[in-house]
Design a protein around this ligand. Structure first.
Ligand code: CDP
Ligand code: CDP
Length: 218
């Protein structure tokens, strides 16, 4: 019964959640929660401090005391801008491993609820509509074929001047899909009341218009 509206955008990696969520937030002048960034920040901390992924207690501690700040489109750990660092594929893979730990999800729960501020919030991730904001005014589940998603990631990397191998990308993506959908806690799945949007043959702009139109009628 929180009156501040939430638009939940969930889906697998490279389905376009981040792009669509940030554009929708901009159009509505809503706040934005990139929940994946919180798992990535925790992963980056673990990587840098050499914390073993088996050490669930230590990883959860990192999540609990995450010195994260979001300024404009940038992400900071304390005063360090880690916007680019958290996007590394290695960090995404570790993020997906620690995201299966119940203690980590628990530690990040309240932090995520805190992003719900007037006039509204667009939240993107895996469990925005199912676990974090089950009362969201609009829930969207974005999908796209594995091939389309791997091609998007490939293009993003090449555009950033990072060399990439399509076969490795495909393998990583499928491994991460598998881990995210099969985990016991908050698995990636559309909420029962989510609108499904397959963007395999859509531009990001078209996906944004569809979401805005659903919201206008929600
Ligand atoms: O957040 P998520 O991992 O789901 O995806 P993203 O980081 O937003 O990356 C999606 C990439 O695919 C971006 O480079 C978009 O420009 C592009 N794209 C899209 O988001 N949606 C489409 N319908 C087509 C392309
Ligand atoms: O951009 P991409 O979709 O590849 O990943 P992300 O949204 O930045 O999330 C990184 C990882 O964090 C995912 O593979 C998930 O395992 C995890 N995650 C999650 O479990 N729950 C969320 N709400 C968001 C991310």
């Amino acid at each position: 019964n929180n009156p501040i509206p939430v638009i939940a955008i969930d889906g697998p990696t490279a389905s376009g959640k981040g792009t669509v969520a940030s554009r929708v937030a901009e159009r509505l002048s809503f706040h934005l929660l990139d929940s994946g960034a919180l798992y990535r920040l925790t992963a980056l901390q673990a990587l840098r401090r050499g914390v073993e992924l088996r050490d669930e207690h230590a990883i959860a501690k990192l999540a609990e005391h995450l010195p994260a700040r979001f300024v404009g489109g940038d992400v900071f750990l304390n005063n360090e801008n880690v916007t680019a660092a958290i996007r590394a594929e290695e960090v995404g893979n570790i993020a997906s491993k620690i995201a299966a730990l119940p203690t980590v999800r628990h530690a990040l729960f309240a932090l995520q609820l805190g992003f719900r501020e007037a006039p509204g919030l667009v939240a993107d991730g895996r469990d925005m509509g199912t676990v974090i904001f089950p009362g969201a005014k609009l829930k969207v589940f974005l999908t796209a074929s594995v091939k389309a998603r791997a091609e998007r990631r490939y293009k993003q990397l090449i555009d950033k001047g990072i060399s990439a191998n399509m076969d490795d990308l495909l393998a990583d993506l499928q491994e991460r899909d598998e881990r995210d959908t099969k985990r016991a806690i908050a698995p990636l799945a559309p909420a029962a009341d989510a609108h499904l949007l397959d963007t395999s043959d859509m531009t990001a702009a078209e996906a944004v218009e569809q979401v805005l139109s659903w919201y206008a009628h929600a």
